[in-house]
Write a protein that binds this ligand. Structure first.
Ligand SMILES: Nc1ncnc2c1ncn2[C@@H]1O[C@H](COP(=O)(O)OP(=O)(O)OP(=O)(O)O)[C@@H](O)[C@H]1O
Ligand SMILES: Nc1nc2c(ncn2[C@@H]2O[C@H](COP(=O)(O)O)[C@@H](O)[C@H]2O)c(=O)[nH]1
Length: 196
């Protein structure tokens, strides 16, 4: 496994679907120069999703072959779809960028924490269920998809107190400011947040 340097960090955004994990991660990531490691999945892309940007969308056969070759750090099945993060992607991205992030459910967060120890920082993003359902409706998720997402709400929320940092994401600008400052002050020391 790739040996991590002092300046290397793996930030793992976790929490319930629709809480805003990707949104806040991308916004803070841009300010702080962090890059995302994209997972592989066997699920079909949704209308606004792109291969290589949201996920690497692959067939079950391709996924299974990579799994057989021990390419994945962790593999999980959620609602009949398989997801995984490749060790090589993590190593290459860290070597190039130093600070990287992933958006994973609680099992992925736990697996990476076990592997990378204090270099893996779990950031729990959440909102109340009513707010989340409204966001999912607003972005056009089908009732079936919303039902599937909300069925995992309680189990994802139960992971909150095990994470290193917890943010309730109601006002987006506040969340991104607080998050960026927390990561900058505690880990990255880019001193970017108060300069504007
Ligand atoms: N603070 C906020 N206020 C209002 N809308 C928000 C806020 N944060 C995110 N959103 C919107 O909520 C929706 C879900 O956000 P996002 O995709 O980032 O969530 P997620 O936790 O990554 O979940 P999923 O994996 O289901 O997409 C998006 O349409 C996003 O623009
Ligand atoms: N443990 C992992 N969880 C992952 C991975 N890639 C995505 N996810 C999380 O799965 C759910 C469902 O995702 P969706 O895009 O199909 O709605 C969500 O919480 C993702 O963050 C992974 O490689 N490992």
């Amino acid at each position: 496994m790739y040996e991590l340097r002092d300046k290397d960090f793996i930030f793992i955004f976790t929490g319930p679907n629709g809480a805003g994990r990707k949104t806040v991660a991308q916004m803070s990531g841009e300010t702080l120069g962090m890059k995302q490691v994209i997972s592989y999945t066997t699920r079909a892309p949704r209308s606004a999703e792109f291969n290589g940007q949201d996920y690497h969308f692959v067939s079950r056969d391709v996924f299974t072959e990579a799994e057989r070759n021990n390419e994945f750090i962790e593999v999980i099945e959620i609602d009949g779809n398989r997801y995984g993060v490749k060790e090589r992607d993590v190593a290459q991205m860290i070597e190039k960028h130093g600070a990287i992030y992933l958006v994973l459910n609680r099992f992925g967060a736990e697996a990476l924490k076990k592997l990378y120890g204090n270099k893996a920082v779990r950031i729990f993003i959440y909102a109340d269920l009513k707010t989340i359902v409204k966001r999912e409706e607003d972005r056009g998720d089908t009732p079936e998809l919303i039902q599937r997402y909300t069925s995992h709400y309680d189990e994802e929320m139960a992971y909150k107190d095990q994470c290193e940092h917890i943010f309730e994401n109601l006002d987006l600008a506040h969340t991104v400011f607080d998050l960026t400052k927390t990561l900058d002050d505690n880990y990255l020391h880019r001193n970017l947040v108060d300069k504007d």
